[in-house]
Design a protein around this ligand. Structure first.
Ligand SMILES: NC(=O)c1ccc[n+]([C@@H]2O[C@H](COP(=O)([O-])OP(=O)(O)OC[C@H]3O[C@@H](n4cnc5c(N)ncnc54)[C@H](OP(=O)(O)O)[C@@H]3O)[C@@H](O)[C@H]2O)c1
Length: 290
């Protein structure tokens, strides 16, 4: 049914992104797997092909912490048939002080600026065609206490104590940016046939996200991985895949979902003026017009 539809998934080399890629391939979409390492991409492709032998998979290497790589990726994608589905899923929890070779905070670059630049860059090539953008964020209830400081997008201050929590607070702020970006982009896409929605995949074990945890957070991460009944990557992929393909959400845009249900996010993420300020500052950082 979806024979020739094309889906692009970032962070498709492990965890929830790999599960999204596999499930979309199983639905018959041609899947473009985006990852930063050739070998990890090949390994993920092998795993998916062992489960879905007729999967149509292609690999795109891009380090999403680098704006140059994101721009080049968007150009390569625009050169082919425009995607029908784009799932922005890649994210990191990194030391808040870690900078990329382009001088940006790694957490901000991968988790917010990359989806901002990629999705905005794909709008013109998609043009008047229908398409669905899905942005994988995180738990709106947990993130209510980590508002984005619009004067300090790189989280240079206010990350709290002990130091082991700081990567997670910085990560949480960028995940709030995901929701704000969804709302701001949906408003700008009104009247087009491109929809954009956010999703919290759930607290999912068996992914690589907690690998940078230190101190008490590392112990907590290890314990949560041991819980026998915690949901795995396929559970985490369920709502993103549903948003990407289900007729039930045809035309739905500018919403945030948990377990296939629309949920509110914190007022500091929905405030239109705050979303516009984030939009404008992000445009400046990636070099796009506001
Ligand atoms: N797991 C949870 O409980 C949970 C909860 C809430 C939200 N989420 C969200 O779910 C999404 C997927 O996370 P996950 O748990 O599946 O974690 P994961 O296994 O660590 O997956 C993250 C993916 O992002 C990729 N990535 C990281 N940095 C990159 C870069 N610079 N360039 C390109 N790709 C890069 C990773 O690639 P490599 O293989 O090269 O590292 C990996 O494929 C994230 O957006 C996360 O915020 C997860």
């Amino acid at each position: 049914m979806h024979q020739h539809r094309r889906a692009v998934i970032t962070g498709a080399t492990s965890g929830i992104g790999e599960a999204i890629a596999r499930l979309l391939a199983a639905e018959g979409l041609a899947v473009v797997m985006v990852g930063r390492g050739e070998e990890r991409l090949r390994q993920a492709r092998r795993r998916i092909l062992s489960a879905v032998p007729d999967a149509e998979l292609s690999l795109e290497r891009a380090d999403l912490s680098l704006l140059g790589d994101v721009r080049a990726l968007a150009e390569r994608l625009a050169a082919g048939p425009p995607p029908d589905v784009v799932v922005s899923n890649a994210a990191v929890v990194a030391d808040a002080a870690e900078l990329t070779s382009e001088g940006l905070q790694r957490t901000l670059a991968v988790n917010h600026l990359a989806p901002y630049l990629l999705l905005r860059s794909l709008v013109p090539p998609i043009g008047a065609r229908p398409a669905r953008f899905v942005v994988v964020g995180a738990s709106p209830s947990a993130l209510a206490r980590a508002p984005v400081d619009l004067a300090d997008l790189s989280s240079r201050r206010g990350l709290g104590f002990p130091p082991s929590v700081r990567p997670f607070v910085a990560y949480g702020r960028t995940k709030n940016m995901n929701a704000m970006f969804v709302y701001a982009l949906a408003r700008r896409l009104a009247g087009s046939r491109i929809t954009v929605n956010g999703v919290h995949p759930g607290i999912i074990k068996g992914t690589g996200l907690g690998r940078h945890a230190r101190g008490a957070l590392r112990v907590f991460d290890r314990l949560s991985q041991l819980r026998p009944f915690s949901p795995g990557p396929d559970d985490g992929a369920d709502t993103p895949v549903w948003l990407a393909t289900s007729p039930r959400v045809e035309g739905v845009t500018g919403r945030f979902f948990v377990r296939r249900e629309q949920v509110p996010t914190a007022p500091h993420t929905t405030d239109a003026e705050r979303c516009d300020r984030l939009w404008a500052e992000s445009a400046r950082l990636v070099g796009l017009p506001v």
